[in-house]
Design a protein around this ligand. Structure first.
Ligand SMILES: [Zn+2]
Length: 358
């Protein structure tokens, strides 16, 4: 059965690589057997109709997996301001990044054809058609890349097809937003000269530039020079939930003008109006963000960006196996099968085809 008759989910962001092979505290969890840990493993992906997505390589700021030097706000907090972590050392970032990449390539090798690291749009279509999990290698932050961009060339040849210019941290190219609520995403400087060169190099190579986590100024600097559709892999609507991590209406409009896409994050703290990190959050909160984006900039520009394995999911969703519940909730809200086709995979496929140029 081809993807025209199904609704495979191609998702903008997951952090599965962090928990599968990278150490939480030296301990990795299974991926090919079903467990109750995290949000993603192969059996639960199959159950949820998950066709693939961006698999993030993330470099924590310290030994914890969250990247935070301090504790996260508790689930009842309605206002918080996390400190911006310090920049990372290049050698450290590169070492951890290569470990993350190796994890994905080992996963592909061990999967006996069930998972494929995707490098072209044709490979993506073929994988989704054949129900092979399509994994796009994504870096969440550019810290492993030197300002001369030598590593970018090498990582591209290895399979890098999507790059977040910054995580919520400064680096030599750009700066991310601190986690803060309520607050605007206009929290600091935009791209450096090296950052502008990085954007141009990504355009030349055909690497998707992910604008999740970046400051509003960094977003505008990129929008001003990038030749590719603007993509924000896992984010939300600022008007509905005033977190630094969410997009303003002006930013949403710019995504539309570039024929880009917004992946809606399922993290409850970026969905709820009160910003609370409370898993007791209905699936209609995800629909609220999808509705807003679809109404404001069009159904062609909204997709999923779950943040599975990296965030707090609504209890009703649980994990990736709960995706059919979300699709049914969207149906109940009036989304027809053509709209669901766009949200589940067609929009991401269009953006990747245009960006990768092959
Ligand atoms: Zn993230």
């Amino acid at each position: 059965m081809t993807i025209d008759n199904r609704l495979p989910i191609f998702d903008g962001h997951n952090d599965a690589l962090q928990s599968i092979y990278l150490p939480k505290t030296g301990k990795a969890r299974a991926f090919f057997e079903r467990t109750a840990e995290g949000h993603i493993d192969l059996p639960r992906m199959r159950q949820g109709g998950f066709g693939g997505g961006f698999f993030a390589v993330f470099v924590p700021s310290n030994s914890s997996t969250t990247g935070f030097p301090g504790a996260m706000p508790d689930s009842a907090a309605t206002a918080y301001a996390m400190p911006l972590p310090a920049p990372l050392d290049l050698t450290y970032a590169r070492t951890i990044t290569i470990k993350g990449m190796a994890s994905l390539f080992r996963l592909e090798a061990d999967s006996e054809g069930q998972i494929k690291v995707i490098r072209t749009a044709a490979e993506l279509t073929a994988a989704l058609d054949r129900e092979v999990i399509a994994a796009v290698l994504h870096f969440e932050g550019a810290e492993a890349i030197d300002p001369d961009l030598d590593a970018l060339e090498v990582f591209y040849q290895a399979g890098l097809r999507s790059l977040g210019l910054a995580w919520s941290r400064p680096n030599v190219f750009a700066q991310g937003v601190p986690f803060k609520f309520p607050a605007t995403p206009d929290t600091g400087p935009g791209l450096s000269d090296a950052g502008r060169l990085l954007v141009k190099a990504c355009n030349r190579l055909g690497i998707l530039i992910d604008l999740a986590h970046i400051t509003e100024q960094g977003f505008w600097d990129t929008a001003g020079i990038s030749q590719a559709p603007l993509a924000v892999t896992h984010t939300g609507v600022h008007v509905l939930c005033p977190s630094t991590r969410n997009l303003t209406d002006k930013q949403l409009d710019a995504v539309k003008d570039s024929d880009g896409v917004v992946g809606v994050n399922f993290h409850v703290g970026f969905l709820r109006e009160d910003g609370r990190r409370d898993p007791d959050t209905p699936l209609s909160e995800i629909v609220r963000h999808i509705d807003y984006i679809a109404r404001r900039i069009g159904i062609e520009h909204v997709a999923f960006g779950s943040d599975f394995d990296g965030a707090i999911m609504p209890l009703d969703l649980g994990d990736v196996s709960g995706m059919p519940k979300l699709l049914n909730t969207l149906r109940d809200h009036g989304y027809d099968e053509d709209a669901l086709r766009k949200i589940t995979h067609a929009n991401w496929m269009r953006i990747l085809r245009k960006t990768w140029k092959q």
